[in-house]
Design a protein around this ligand. Structure first.
Ligand code: ATR
Length: 278
């Protein structure tokens, strides 16, 4: 730990619980690399105390926060201003404090798209199919639409997919049962469900009918290679791992709080991944 000066910039991540978060490790790596007079700390905040805590941090000289489960919707509500990314996602994952005011944005969709590009996948290449209809699905579907491609969503509970389509005009709903047979019409398929996570069943997605040009992305990053990504790689398809989204979504916050543009590179990936495989 560096010794902080009285001018140190302080940011952190709030969740409940927050102990599982990799964000302190990730931002800590960049702080050390750039020898910044600053710190990034975990802030476990109970849901019932969330608004008071944010108001308190806003007037305590904090630079800003990342927001994780279960606070992303509450953060949206507490912000004095939110940008278009937060409005489209309906949730806030990044807060910047300025003059006691709370400004919110959502970098999840941006991080997803940046990670696609880092894997050589151009999101504008063709239609995208999003599997799942939770908060991550909404942020990703919105970001893909903003790239100008048609986006479809398929979810086990169709009502949640239909509700998502109401919030994102232009989004098509595909029956969950057709997720595999429809793959021929897509350039990209992304798993935003919790399936494939360590301790969960794998996502059941038959890639037999997938075109050779299909890119397969997963937002699950523990394990680093999910059964879905392994199956894609075995078929020679481009596989886009979830860890990169976590790394890229952190970039805009770090830049805003500490004034340095941090790089997402192999050294960072290895450092964060080492903690996942330990
Ligand atoms: P988040 O907001 O983190 O993206 P969430 O709201 O908990 O996540 O949503 C999890 C997603 O995984 C949902 O789309 C869920 O489908 P339902 O809406 O039908 O619940 C999906 N999911 C979880 N377990 C599943 C399973 N066994 N089969 C299919 N989908 C599943």
């Amino acid at each position: 730990m560096p010794i902080l000066s009285g001018r140190a910039r302080i940011a952190g991540v709030t969740g409940w619980p927050v102990a599982h978060s990799r964000s302190p490790r990730l931002h800590g790596f960049w702080l050390e690399r750039h020898r910044i007079d600053g710190a990034y700390v975990p802030l476990p905040i109970r849901p019932e105390a969330f608004e008071d805590a944010i108001r308190g941090l806003a007037v305590s000289g904090f630079a800003g926060l990342n927001v994780t489960i279960p606070h992303k919707l509450a953060a949206f509500a507490v912000c004095d201003t939110v940008d278009e990314s937060a409005r489209r996602a309906g949730a806030v994952n990044t807060i910047v404090f300025r003059d006691g005011k709370v400004a919110g944005s959502n970098t999840d969709g941006w991080g997803f798209v940046a990670n696609l590009r880092a894997h050589g996948v151009e999101p504008a290449a063709g239609p995208a199919l999003v599997l799942g209809a939770g908060g991550a699905a909404r942020a990703i579907a919105a970001a893909l639409q903003d790239c100008g491609v048609p986006v479809s969503v398929a979810n086990r509970t169709v009502e949640r997919a239909t509700a998502l389509a109401r919030t994102l005009p232009g989004l098509s709903v595909l029956p969950w049962e057709q997720r595999a047979s429809a793959l021929a019409g897509f350039a990209l398929v992304v798993n935003t469900t919790s399936l494939g996570m360590a301790g969960q069943a794998p996502l059941d997605l038959d890639l037999d009918g997938a075109p050779a040009s299909l890119a397969v992305a997963d937002i699950v990053y523990a394990p680093l290679e999910t059964p879905l990504l392994a199956a894609a790689r075995n078929r020679g398809l481009t596989a886009v791992e979830g860890l990169g989204m976590l790394l890229h979504q952190a970039v805009p916050g770090f830049r805003a709080w500490f004034g340095v543009e941090p790089a997402v590179d192999d050294e960072l990936r290895r450092f964060v991944a080492a903690d996942l495989t330990a």
